[in-house]
Design a protein around this ligand. Structure first.
Ligand SMILES: Cc1cc2nc3c(=O)[nH]c(=O)nc-3n(C[C@H](O)[C@H](O)[C@H](O)COP(=O)(O)OP(=O)(O)OC[C@H]3O[C@@H](n4cnc5c(N)ncnc54)[C@H](O)[C@@H]3O)c2cc1C
Ligand SMILES: NC(=O)c1ccc[n+]([C@@H]2O[C@H](COP(=O)([O-])OP(=O)(O)OC[C@H]3O[C@@H](n4cnc5c(N)ncnc54)[C@H](OP(=O)(O)O)[C@@H]3O)[C@@H](O)[C@H]2O)c1
Length: 391
């Protein structure tokens, strides 16, 4: 082995390797609600301490968190099954634990697996459910499951009886949730910040809770163990600070998170290129997250331009793609200067509409046909100048 290789091996061996199998058990340092009075949402800022862990990350990475299920929902599931929770089961790691613990930490008890539905249908002789599970009924099943959870099926079919181990065998594993990191390690040593929208909804007569976002919002304090690891944001990276490359960031809602990290990093590294941010939320008064920070970065030149779209502050919706279109000529000039375009946030609606706005402005301001605009966008992707982190 060469001297260089020997050095690399030694230094990488010294670095702690945290991953899914060996997560860092971190702790919350601070939390605050970002949405203000009158907001229709509940979006929160979390600061998690990495003190003494050696865990490192780059702006653009995400944090993977192991959540826990809501204790009231666990109790409801146990009661529906006629269990106390003290029954012993073997969890997916092979450890023997009380059923209540397994249902809290290891298994998904919200969205049901088809295996469980099939077992309930068989045990309860539920023909309708059996029919819905036929391969040709895939779409109807999906519609039927929207807003329904494991508890609904247990309550609807009390005649379906399970042994504790048999029951957990029909559940999916509780999986980690990813959150785009909203801080730069250079600006916030030993900390990782997150911007999380709390998912709650009401369906079929019950209040429902998104597992991880409500765990964070309602049940985590400074003493709660938070197992986590870094999920690298492949390609969602800033240009080197000494490069002139302009960046354009589009991050409505919680999509703002990685761009707060980018701007913190740009400030600390005194990055040269221009930076333009598009942010959107429902109301300026209650939902303009991190407003003071963005305005300070605008004032000191860390951020060159800021455009906002508050969708519900007027009779008709205004979204980030409308601001992009209004600024199409300048956006096109930035692209021609080699700008990288980053998009983060909602995948189902926003990302497609913003993509369309990008095609449209390239056609209109670049004087291109639809096909030529599509080629231009494809080339941007190949050159890694169009990067998306959408969920
Ligand atoms: C790379 C990446 C980065 C991400 N970054 C962030 C981030 O920075 N901030 C952030 O907040 N999130 C982020 N997310 C999303 C995050 O990982 C979680 O998906 C989100 O917090 C919801 O998780 P949960 O456990 O609270 O909800 P879950 O328990 O997973 O429940 C969500 C599910 O509930 C159902 N559901 C939701 N609303 C309704 C409704 N109205 N009616 C019926 N059913 C409904 C849907 O099936 C939905 O999939 C990111 C995701 C990825 C992949
Ligand atoms: N699939 C869904 O129906 C749905 C709905 C809500 C949230 N979500 C998910 O919930 C999570 C958190 O959402 P979030 O709080 O970050 O914010 P978000 O729901 O994405 O909302 C942020 C802003 O984007 C606006 N918006 C809605 N549709 C848009 C579109 N087509 N193009 C551009 N902007 C659009 C919203 O306006 P308005 O709210 O006024 O329309 C709001 O002003 C995300 O994972 C998101 O994917 C999904």
């Amino acid at each position: 082995m060469s001297a260089t290789n020997a050095t690399q091996t030694a230094s990488s061996a010294a670095k702690p390797q945290f991953n899914r199998k060996n997560p860092l058990v971190a702790q919350l340092k601070k939390a605050r609600v970002l949405t203000g009075e009158g907001s229709e949402k509940d979006t929160r800022h979390f600061e998690i301490s990495l003190m003494g862990s050696g865990l490192e990350y780059e702006p653009g990475d995400s944090l993977a968190l192991f959540p826990q299920n809501c204790p009231e929902l666990v109790t409801d599931v146990l009661e529906a099954l006629g269990f106390t929770g003290g029954e012993t089961v073997t969890n997916p790691d092979g450890a023997e634990v009380p059923l209540r613990q397994a249902l809290t930490e290891s298994y998904s008890i919200t969205q049901p697996d088809k295996k469980l539905l099939a077992a309930i249908a068989e045990k309860a002789g539920a023909k309708n459910l059996e029919t819905l599970l036929l391969p040709e009924r895939k779409e109807q099943l999906q519609d039927y499951l929207w807003g329904r959870e494991v508890i609904d099926f247990l309550l609807a079919h009390p005649e379906a009886k399970f042994e504790p181990q048999e029951f957990v065998g029909f559940l999916k594993k509780l999986v980690v949730r990813l959150y785009s990191i909203a801080s730069s390690l250079k600006a916030c040593p030993d900390e990782v910040h997150l911007t999380v929208a709390t998912v709650t909804f009401h369906s079929y007569g019950r209040d429902r809770k998104g597992v991880c976002s409500t765990f964070l919002a309602q049940r985590v304090d400074e003493s709660t163990p938070l197992p986590c690891f870094i999920s690298p944001g492949k390609g969602f990276r800033l240009p080197a600070p000494e490069e002139d490359t302009p960046i354009i960031m589009c991050g409505p809602g919680t999509g703002i998170a990685p761009f707060r990290a980018f701007l913190q990093e740009r400030k600390v590294t005194n990055a040269k290129g221009d930076a333009w941010l598009f942010f959107g939320e429902q109301h300026e008064k209650s939902d303009f997250f991190y407003r003071d920070e963005f305005e300070a970065w605008l004032a000191d030149g860390t951020l060159t331009k800021l455009d906002t779209a508050f969708s519900r502050d007027q009779d008709h919706k205004i979204y980030v793609q409308h601001r992009i279109a209004e600024n199409g000529a300048e956006f096109w000039q930035w692209l021609e200067r080699g700008a990288i375009f980053y998009v983060c946030g909602d995948a189902q609606r926003m990302a497609g509409d913003v993509d369309q706005a990008l095609h449209d402005l390239i056609s209109q301001h670049g004087g291109k046909t639809e096909e030529e605009a599509a080629d231009y966008v494809n080339q941007m992707k190949k050159d890694k100048r169009y990067r998306r982190d959408v969920y």
